[in-house]
Design a protein around this ligand. Structure first.
Ligand SMILES: NC(=O)c1ccc[n+]([C@@H]2O[C@H](COP(=O)([O-])OP(=O)(O)OC[C@H]3O[C@@H](n4cnc5c(N)ncnc54)[C@H](O)[C@@H]3O)[C@@H](O)[C@H]2O)c1
Length: 347
């Protein structure tokens, strides 16, 4: 697969490192509107061709697939351009700023018969995949209750950089710069983590969003810091189970921690993923009577990067696809409605 990397900021490095390890993948070009960034990136990852715009790269045309690692609001226009050019796509999350735009992207890619996948990174977590298999095999019985959280602390820690001075953090705090805050940034991950792990669709949500004061006048330079940085959500699932899902950038002591607990009428499962590793614990069968938890080895699973490369090779779309990400986007959109109306909404 001849791959173009579109957007060469922070996350593009993770794409390049992962794609470089896959046999048969050749990174043939890189695009960024920032000339210095694209040259440094191309040099670091040994990519021969660089472009200052997607138009230039499409005019050149010698690639068949694209990893779209641009900021959220660039996903829709660039994807639509790439669909017209007939290119397979692996797009970063969230797919777009809202459900309408995300659906348009899914419709267009499907109509053109192109491979379309979204990088919901935590599908790469083996304990999540194993938890889902166990739930679907009936090991915890009928699911009644789900608890999921995604905790980050970059608003109080400089471990990943300083949001007060660095543009890659500031755009995430500003709706005018295309961000839906913590909800759009990591909310989409934890909604997927919870519903995929539990093997259930989300039916209704009641979300609350909060933007805390962070700078004088709520602004730093051109950036109005108005995007939410904490959310809580109560949900119910397709089988009637209840759940609570929440995320924040204010969780001191947690750099990037996802936790999922699924309880059924025969047992429970816990998945924990942090920068230090991932764990799966289960309390099933006779152990449920005594509340005894066992650690389970979940093995290894292919990454989204590997599954995208395989999808392009075989011509069969992989998961998670644009349609799935567009459906999740519905829940994100509705959280803004429920925050305003203070009542639940159906998906
Ligand atoms: N899956 C994950 O776990 C994960 C993690 C981090 C970021 N992300 C996502 O990756 C995307 C990029 O995030 P980032 O942290 O790398 O941001 P970033 O700001 O560091 O990098 C984005 C780059 O895209 C460039 N760019 C902007 N518009 C462009 C356009 N039209 N054409 C070409 N280049 C353009 C910018 O100049 C910048 O270099 C976001 O959608 C973000 O949500 C996903």
């Amino acid at each position: 697969m001849r791959l173009l990397i579109l957007g060469t900021g922070g996350m593009a490095n993770t794409h390049a490192e992962n794609f470089a390890k896959i046999d048969g993948v050749e990174m043939v070009g890189a695009v960024d509107v920032d000339p210095a960034r694209v040259s440094a990136f191309a040099e670091k990852h040994k990519i021969a061709n660089t472009f200052g715009s997607l138009d230039e790269a499409i005019a050149w045309g010698k690639f068949e697939a694209v990893a779209n690692v641009t900021p959220d609001r660039a996903h829709h226009p660039t994807t639509m351009q790439l669909v017209k050019a007939g290119k397979h796509q692996f797009c970063e999350k969230p797919l777009a700023e809202n459900h309408a735009l995300a659906s348009e992207m899914a419709d267009a890619a499907e109509a053109a018969g192109l491979i379309n996948m979204v990088n919901l990174t935590y599908r790469n977590v083996a304990p999540l995949q194993k938890a889902r298999d166990m739930v679907l095999a009936g090991e915890i019985g009928s699911v009644k209750h789900v608890e999921a959280s995604y905790l980050q602390s970059w608003l109080i820690s400089k471990q990943w950089g300083d949001w007060r001075t660095e543009s890659q953090w500031l755009w995430r705090l500003s709706t005018a710069h295309g961000s839906n805050g913590v909800l759009g940034d990591i909310g989409i991950h934890i909604l997927d983590f919870a519903s995929y792990g539990a093997g259930l669709e989300i039916d209704h949500i009641f979300g609350r969003l909060k933007t805390f004061d962070k700078a004088e006048g709520g602004k730093i330079g051109d950036y109005s810091l108005d995007a939410n940085d904490s959310f809580t959500m109560s949900v119910d699932f397709s089988n009637g189970a209840l759940g609570v899902i929440h995320a924040t950038r204010w969780a001191a002591g947690h750099f990037n921690d996802l936790k999922l607990r699924i309880y059924g009428d025969k047992g429970g499962i816990e998945v924990l993923h942090t920068l230090k590793g991932s764990w799966l614990k289960a309390c099933t069968g006779a152990h449920a009577e005594l509340a005894e938890w066992q650690e389970i080895d979940a093995g290894k699973v292919p990454t989204n990067y590997e599954r995208f490369a395989a999808a392009v090779k075989t011509g069969r779309n992989g998961e998670p696809d644009f349609r799935h990400a567009a459906n999740l986007q519905k829940a994100l959109d509705l959280a803004f409605v429920t925050e305003k109306q203070r009542r639940e909404a159906a998906l």
